[in-house]
Structure formats: structure tokens, C-alpha cells
Design a protein around this ligand. Structure first.
Ligand code: HEC
Length: 129
């Protein structure tokens, strides 16, 4: 019997190959948005980049109105130090701090994701003031 699918097989391969290239490119672009440690394994980097994307959205919803400033039309998200981030997480987890801090607005999980984003986002190139 004649296999009518045979020519298709040769046609599919390059299509699949170029699709994979496009996917790979998307992934590496994503990684470069954040400063992830060199030693992090590629699939872990992809996971962290996704967490950072989510964290950025949560940050924009819950934190940006007080913390994001504008310098020459460019949005500046502060470069908090690791100590500040840990300190803030502790403060939120322990509920008793200034009323204007949004401890009731974000869940512990959401806060963790925001912290991932703030830890790995690219540092600002222009000074805040
Ligand atoms: C209503 C305004 C407001 C919102 C909303 C807000 N913050 Fe703040 N944040 C402040 C103020 C005011 C400070 C105080 C200055 C300080 O204590 O250092 C601060 C301080 C901080 C600090 C530094 C703490 C330190 O120890 O130096 C971090 C980190 C921080 N905020 C993270 C966040 C995150 C993450 C969110 C969103 C979940 C958020 N903030 C939402 C007003 C706000």
C-alpha cells in the first residue's frame, strides 16, 4: 500500500524545529528581564521568571501607588535591599505595624511572589532623585 503521509513527514520536521526555536527565544527573552543567578538551572529560571511576572502584576495592584515613582516619564520601582524585603515580610507577617501598610490586602503567598519579583527585577539605571 502507498503511504500518502510520507511527504508530510519530511515537511513537518522543519516546521516543528522552527516552532521550537521560537519557543526557546521567548523563554530566553523572559529570563533576561530579571537578574536571576547564573547558577540557576534553565527550567528553574523559567519558573522564577513566571513567578516574577506574576509578582510584578501583584506589585502593580498592591504596592505601586505608594512605591513607584516617575522619573522623566519612566516608571521607577525601588531597588529594595534583601534586608528591607525580609524586614518588610516579617513586619507584614506580624501584623502590628503602620496602618497604611497593606498587610490585609495581600495573602502570604501573594507577598512571597511579590518578594520574588522585587528580589530579581533588574536594578534601576537612573537614580531615583
Ligand atoms: C499606602 C502606601 C503604601 C503601600 C500601598 C505599600 N507601601 Fe511599602 N512603604 C510605605 C511607606 C510609607 C514605607 C515607609 C517607610 C519605611 O518604613 O521605610 C514603606 C516601606 C516599605 C519597604 C521598606 C521597609 C524597610 O524596612 O525599609 C518595603 C520593602 C515595602 N514598603 C514594600 C511594600 C510592598 C511589597 C508593598 C505591596 C504589597 C507595599 N510596600 C505597599 C507605604 C506603602
Amino acid at each position: 500500500m502507498v503511504n500518502i503521509n510520507k511527504p508530510m513527514r519530511y515537511f513537518k520536521l522543519p516546521v516543528l524545529f522552527s516552532l521550537q526555536l521560537v519557543l526557546l527565544q521567548c523563554q530566553s527573552q523572559k529570563k533576561e528581564q530579571y537578574e536571576l543567578p547564573e547558577a540557576m538551572l534553565p527550567h528553574v529560571k523559567v519558573f522564577y521568571a513566571e513567578q516574577c511576572d506574576k509578582g510584578q502584576i501583584l506589585y502593580d495592584l498592591n504596592c505601586a501607588k505608594c512605591h513607584t515613582s516617575k522619573v522623566r516619564g519612566k516608571k521607577i520601582i525601588p531597588d529594595f535591599t534583601p534586608q528591607q524585603l525580609t524586614g518588610y515580610t516579617l513586619r507584614v507577617a506580624n501584623a502590628q505595624h503602620e496602618k497604611n501598610m497593606p498587610d490585609s490586602l495581600v495573602t502570604e503567598e501573594e507577598l512571597g511572589i511579590i518578594m520574588t519579583f522585587l528580589s530579581y527585577k533588574k536594578k534601576n539605571t537612573i537614580a531615583k532623585k
